[in-house]
Design a protein around this ligand. Sequence first.
Ligand code: GLU
Length: 419
Amino acid sequence: MNSFNPLENVQKILKKSCEILNLDESVYDLLKEPERTIEINIPVKMDNGKFRIFKGFRSQHCDVMGPYKGGIRFHPTVNGDEVKALSAWMSLKCSATHLPFGGGKGGIIVDVNELSDNELERLSRGYVKELYKYIGDRYDIPAPDVNTNEKIMAWMLDEYIKLTGNNTLATFTGKALGFGGSYGRKEATGVGVAVITRESLKKLGINIRESKIAIQGFGNVGSNTAKHLERMGGNIVSISEYDKEKGVYTIYNEDGFDIADLIEHFEKNNTLFDYKDVKHISIDQFYSLDVDVIIPCALENSIGEEEANKIRAKLIVEGANGPVNYYADSILKDRNIIVIPDILANSGGVIASYFEWVQNISAIDMTEDDVLNKVEYKMLFAYNEILKIQQEYDVTMRLASYIYSVLRLYKILKLRSRI
Ligand code: GLU
């Protein structure tokens, strides 16, 4: 695993985009750090009767466009700078896709595999107990992220309503259907990644029906990306995942996988390690595969300089947040490998969250088609706007996305006399 501070990563690109736009230094100074980051300590009574204290965070980056918005992740590597970076990415993502939200992000340092279901519930409720004064449907709206899901959102929202008496469903998104959740939300990030991959392949003159695709990570984003790319005719030939006992492993089948079967196997066994008729390859071989696209859908920093030098794909689409680090990005640029950045490529999740929030606050229902068509429309709109910027400034898609987002943030900051 490469180690590069994700906050430094986002700051370097922000700085470059502010310089290209010739903005006053104060704009970068304002955006380079969150408005506030709250650090909490959560006491949880474990099943053995003893207490364990877990550290958690909520970072609120910028609220000029609307309430802070962003997920909560449960992972052993969560730390203050990571949460800060992730909240900055949320501001940029919401700005790029014209959502009336600012950026937020939260996390708890925890290995969820070590907790029982009851402990996980107490931890989730504990997080809200420490933070309920700082979130709300018009203030800061959390959602799922790495290792969190609709079950955890239900516990959190229930705790929030108990503590505040404010019986609103709109304070959390990514909820279960039946408790304020929206059709399409769970699949939306993967749908969006697939749509952007299809468009980017088209632009490169590659027919998706003849494309070979490799995906890193088979969680909610990776598996739904695979499912929807397969629906569009793409051929997923390799998937890299993590198994608690086996570590990182990669499966390969040159004829492509049956994704529905793969998802069923993963849901049943929590691993793809023993999946039938596959070849196991190393992670080095994974990055050097002769494929058209690599889609990293796990954590930050999976593609550093070493990986960037190995990659033979023509296109990288960031399903995860921050998977390609700053230095790898410049190597990929020199090697003419197109990178579609996280703040555009994986924005389908927060866009669907926005429609979930709209349904909750206005007490209306949307169908799955309603939501996913709207997600696709908003993403294609952003993609085309960003392409125009890319051509105008002759920069990478990442810089173009940042320039586009920062410009929108700058305009509203000016209108509100915040800078
Ligand atoms: N965690 C997701 C992201 O990074 C979704 C956030 C949300 O729906 O608010 O975009």
